[in-house]
Design a protein around this ligand. Structure first.
Ligand SMILES: [Fe+2]
Ligand SMILES: [Fe+2]
Length: 266
């Protein structure tokens, strides 16, 4: 089995159904099969993964802020989370595809993450359908993939800035989303977000594990390196309140949590 070719095909798939089907199938193969990881190829960054013609991608500032009081506003929220999950499928496969010569467990971890993200997207797409909408109905932004391109040359930077900043941000904001949905009585969406929140802790934890592995491999101090990377690339993504319990469960050290609070207050 060529794990890199499987990952590349998932990233390249353009239709929603094709990407989901390939992703589930590839994740199942990686979970049970044997694969070689030795290769001399260093893949080029992928400027844009395969994606359907909609949603339209716009700068974040052009996305309207909608309240959750209306059915349209609630559907827009579900769509926004679905878009994150759709990107997360590509991000997980890109973690597999891009960084060669990592231990086998690394590829199994990110294939498992891809399987989770695929399931998260399906749950949200079903919820959107119940609301009379489909993925693509609202505009979206491309911030997640932009970070993938930025970190395409270094597994250490990818682990620090994608799972440990962007996915960890999901841990921080989801409890607030659940509270706002409770105010408007949307129990069905709340159930889905609870499942996602629980499972995302494991994704951030995988990021913590492989970030620590990369730091040990390169002989650099993990806390200092993380502090430098968030300062250089992601200070805008740090907004309190932080979900300290979830972040601790996902492998954030006391020093790192303190550093996040200090940076966000600066
Ligand atoms: Fe997810
Ligand atoms: Fe995730």
């Amino acid at each position: 089995m060529d794990v890199f070719a499987l990952a590349e095909a998932c990233i390249a798939a353009t239709s929603v159904e094709d990407k989901l089907a390939r992703s589930s199938e590839a994740a199942a193969l990686v979970a049970i099969g044997d694969f070689a990881t030795e290769t001399s190829i260093e893949p080029e960054p992928i400027a844009q993964p395969g994606r359907p013609p909609r949603p339209r991608l716009v700068p974040p500032r052009e996305l309207p802020q909608r309240g959750l009081g209306s059915a349209e506003g609630r559907a827009a929220l579900v769509h926004a989370v679905a878009h994150i999950e759709f990107n997360a499928i590509d991000l997980a496969w890109d973690a597999v595809y891009r960084f060669r010569e990592m231990p086998r467990e690394y590829y199994r971890d990110w294939a498992k993450v891809a399987a989770d993200e695929t399931r998260h997207f399906r749950m949200l797409a079903e919820r959107l359908a119940e609301m009379g909408h489909a993925y693509g109905d609202f505009d979206a932004h491309n911030g997640l993939w932009e970070m993938a391109v930025k970190t395409s040359r270094s597994c250490l930077e990818r682990m620090a800035l994608v799972p440990r900043v962007l996915e960890a941000r999901g841990l921080d904001v989801t409890p607030g989303m659940i509270a706002r949905l409770r105010d408007v009585g949307d129990a069905n969406t709340i159930e889905i977000l609870k499942v996602i929140l629980g499972e995302e802790i494991a994704h951030v934890a995988a990021g913590s594990r492989w970030f620590a592995w990369c730091c040990a491999h390169d002989g650099v101090d993990a806390d200092a390196t993380f502090a430098r990377l968030i300062c250089e690339h992601a200070s805008g993504a740090l907004k309190p309140p932080f979900n300290e319990a979830a972040r601790r469960a996902a492998g954030f050290s006391a020093d790192e949590l303190e550093c996040l609070m200090a940076q966000s207050a600066a």
